[in-house]
Structure formats: structure tokens, C-alpha cells
Design a protein around this ligand. Structure first.
Ligand code: UD1
Length: 418
């Protein structure tokens, strides 16, 4: 077990460069098996989710090597179409492999994926999307057998704009003869990045970022060297860290155009923010003001992955605010720990009401998922005394050494391993 030890009370100050987005890198790694030629991703952060995905690719026969800050995938010798059980359970994004494996072998076996404990997270939309492309799917004791012998381009209507299902169908369709339309597609920036990546490989995908995506099948894709987009959630978390401490920071390589919902809430809380393409500067007041309401929504609405960090901020703001979580059903698991630190949060179903308090006190708390763990670290930065965040290995799933990034801004955070 990893533990983050945070000594609160320091105002964060300084400049940081934002890493590439985990949620962009993972589908791009999956998509890299769509060609037999080597693919290199530049600026890939050192995250456990990325290493697990690399392990999955290796198990299937790919060669995956670190090259400086980049990652090179050579799937010339890819031979497996059965996803390893243990690894699939460790990371939900393993489900992204389904589309690319089907595209390459016309058959695939996967197990139900794991991931953060933030809700039920079914994969029915992934499966119904693939069925619309002619894939025959059988569920046998937790293993999903897919037969893509009769795969064809088609019309896919998603009942909900699921990020993963949209990406899976895009990858499954890119090598199919004919044109596939994905209706009610997710519009997240990571979907646009996947389109850009597939097109850089020679694909013909249009419409990402809008409600309908059009995938014109091509015969083959080629290798590419590609830099994924920057992480809007990491950037938002760092801004929130500065905000909760009354600090002042500048982020370089910040994807500001993808962060409007987060920036607007931080402004509502009294932060002065100036932005230009690729750069954002935040200066926070000594005490934040509570926003009245925040509702998570699919993009361009407020991202669910920033919700719990905002709950930490709200808990020390002046006034009372409400957060409604519309995307996942179990994303207030950290309210209890924030309350142990002195916050006054009441949770009922998908709604949390926080009455802002002036002080938080350091405590021993437990990360239960990736973003919740980060939110506890933020609360610790503001709290009096020492906060120990246990199970910080969950934070490593999506932040590349968060403690080092915060230390570079003047925070007192260290890691205890074992
Ligand atoms: C992705 C992100 C995750 C983010 C989420 C929402 C990655 C690797 N992860 O997850 O960080 O929190 O988008 O922005 O990109 N659902 C179904 N059936 C399905 C699929 C999803 O009911 O087949 C539901 C989910 O339970 C959830 C909602 O749809 O309630 C959104 O899920 P989805 O957009 O698919 O999120 P992920 O792709 O899993």
C-alpha cells in the first residue's frame, strides 16, 4: 500500500507543464494494434493504468517499449484474441481492446472489465454497438465471446453517449468496408483525439466532437508517431489544488478550450483566471465562495472526473453549494472522509450538499478511487496538521507522481511505500 503524507497550510505557487491525458492514451494504445507497423506515442505519463494496458498488449504478442517519455508499440507479431482475465479485471479500459481485436482477427474473447469502484459501469452499450456492426456476441460465465465473421459497416445508435462505447465502435469500424455512422456519440475531447490519431494512421473518420461520427472504412492503416492531447482533468486538479490553498499557479500545455466548464466554476468561486491557447493562470482568494450548484454531464457539461475535487473545494468555501452527480451512481464515497476532516457534507443519492467550513483538520483517510484519492490530497493541502491518504496507489492510476507535481508548487507532500 502507498500512503501520501500531506502537511497542510502551504500556498501553492509556480509553473507546471500538463501531462498527456490518460483517457486519450489508453484508447490510442488499444488502437495501435489496428496496424502491423510500429506506433509511437510521445509524452506518455507514467501511470499504472498505462502499464496495465501495456501488459495487456504484451500478453497478446505486441512488443511495447519505453523510449524516453514515449511508448512504442509494435504489433507485427500480435497473435492473441483472448484478453487475459487478471489484467482485464484490473483496468476497465481493457474493454477498448474489443473493437481493435475484432477489426484485426474478426473474433475476440474478453472478460468483464474492472476499474474504479464508482458505479455499476456495465458494457451493454459497447456490445449493442458492436452487434449493430454484425458481431455475434455470447456471454459465457463472465467471458464474452465475439464472432466478427459477418462484420459490416452500419448505423449505430447509442442509447447514451458513452465515451468508451463510442471509441470501441470507431475502432471496430475503421477497417470495415463501407461507411459506419455512430449516432448520439460521446463528444469528449479524447474522442476527437482518437479520430485525429486514426486519421494520422490513414483512416477516414469525421464528425468527432459532434453528435454523429462518420467512419469510412479503409483497407489498411499505417504506423505513426503521435502526441496525445494534454489531460484536462490533471490540469483541473492542479488548478483546484492551487485554489484550495489560496495560491497562484500557471499551467503550460493546458487544454483550456476543453476546460470551460471547470474554469467557469473556479471563476464562480472567486478565482481570477486568465487563459490563452495552451496556457492558464489562476490566482485564488484567501477564501473561496461556494457555487450554488454543479451538475455533472457528458462533455461539454461539467466532467464527472472533476466533481469530487470540486466537492473538496466546496467544503471549505464560504456559503452552501449543491453537487448533483448525473454520470456515475457512486461518486460521493469520499464525503465521509472529508467530514472526518471537519467538512459538513450531506449526501443523499446522487446529490451532495456542502456547508462550507473555515477549517479542516488533518486525519487518516482512505482513497477509494482515483479522483477521490486526489480530492483527499487537496483537502490535506488545506487542512491544519498532517493528512495521511492511504491507498494512494489508486491515485497513481491517473496522476504521474502527484506528490512531485505538488511539491514543485511548494506543497509538503511525501509518499510512504509499503
Ligand atoms: C470514460 C473515462 C472516465 C470518465 C467517463 C465519463 C476513460 C478511460 N475513462 O469512462 O474517466 O469518468 O468516461 O466521462 O476514458 N454505461 C452504460 N453502459 C455501457 C457503458 C457505459 O450504462 O456500456 C454508463 C456508465 O455506467 C456510466 C455512463 O454510462 O454511468 C458513462 O460511462 P462512459 O461514458 O462509458 O464512461 P467510460 O468510457 O467508462
Amino acid at each position: 500500500m502507498e500512503t501520501m503524507m500531506v502537511t497542510g497550510g502551504r500556498r501553492l505557487r509556480g509553473n507546471l507543464r500538463v501531462d498527456s491525458a490518460k483517457n486519450a492514451v489508453l484508447p490510442l494504445l488499444a488502437a495501435s494494434i489496428l496496424t502491423e507497423e510500429p506506433v509511437t506515442l510521445r509524452e506518455v505519463p507514467r501511470l499504472t493504468d498505462v502499464s496495465h494496458m501495456a501488459d495487456i498488449l504484451r500478453t497478446l504478442g505486441c512488443e511495447v517499449t519505453r523510449e524516453g517519455s514515449g511508448l512504442r508499440v509494435d504489433s507485427g507479431n500480435l497473435r492473441g484474441w483472448e484478453m487475459p482475465d487478471k489484467l482485464s479485471k484490473q483496468i476497465r479500459s481493457s474493454i477498448f481492446m474489443l473493437g481493435p481485436i475484432l477489426a484485426r482477427f474478426r473474433k475476440a474473447t474478453v472478460t468483464y472489465p474492472g476499474g474504479c469502484e464508482i458505479g455499476v459501469r456495465p458494457i451493454d452499450l459497447h456490445l449493442s454497438g458492436l452487434r449493430s456492426l454484425g458481431v455475434v456476441i455470447e456471454d459465457e460465465g463472465g467471458h464474452i465471446h465475439c464472432d466478427g465473421g459477418g462484420m459490416h459497416a452500419g448505423e449505430v445508435h447509442l442509447d447514451y453517449p458513452s465515451v468508451g462505447a463510442t471509441e470501441n465502435v470507431m475502432m471496430a469500424a475503421v477497417l470495415l468496408e463501407g461507411t459506419t455512422y455512430i449516432h448520439n456519440a460521446a463528444r469528449e475531447p479524447e474522442i476527437v483525439d482518437l479520430q485525429r490519431f486514426l486519421n494520422a494512421m490513414g483512416g477516414d473518420v469525421r464528425g468527432a466532437g459532434e453528435q454523429t461520427i462518420c467512419v469510412r472504412g479503409v483497407e489498411r492503416l499505417r504506423g505513426v508517431t503521435y502526441t496525445p492531447i494534454a489531460d484536462r482533468i490533471v490540469a483541473g486538479t492542479l488548478l483546484a489544488a492551487a485554489a484550495i490553498t489560496g495560491g497562484e499557479i500557471t499551467l503550460e500545455r493546458a487544454p483550456v478550450e476543453d476546460m470551460t466548464a471547470t474554469l467557469s466554476k473556479l471563476r464562480e468561486m472567486g478565482c481570477a483566471i486568465s487563459e490563452e491557447p495552451g496556457r492558464v493562470h489562476l490566482s485564488a482568494p484567501g477564501r473561496l465562495r461556494a457555487f450554488r450548484q454543479l451538475q455533472t454531464q457528458p462533455h461539454p457539461g461539467f466532467p464527472t472526473d472533476m466533481q469530487v475535487q470540486m466537492l473538496a473545494l466546496l467544503s471549505v468555501s464560504e456559503g452552501t453549494g449543491v453537487i448533483v452527480e448525473n454520470v456515475f451512481e457512486n461518486r460521493f464515497a469520499h464525503a465521509g472522509d472529508l467530514n472526518r476532516m471537519g467538512a459538513r457534507i450531506i449526501v443523499s443519492g446522487r446529490t451532495a450538499v456542502a456547508h462550507g467550513v473555515e477549517r479542516l483538520c488533518g486525519a487518516q483517510v482512505t482513497a477509494r478511487d482515483l479522483r477521490g484519492g486526489a480530492a483527499l490530497v487537496l483537502a490535506g493541502l488545506r487542512a491544519e496538521g498532517i493528512t495521511m491518504v492511504e491507498h494512494a496507489e489508486l491515485i497513481d492510476r491517473g496522476y504521474d507522481h502527484l506528490e512531485l507535481q505538488l511539491r514543485a508548487l511548494g506543497a509538503e507532500v511525501s509518499r510512504i511505500s509499503g
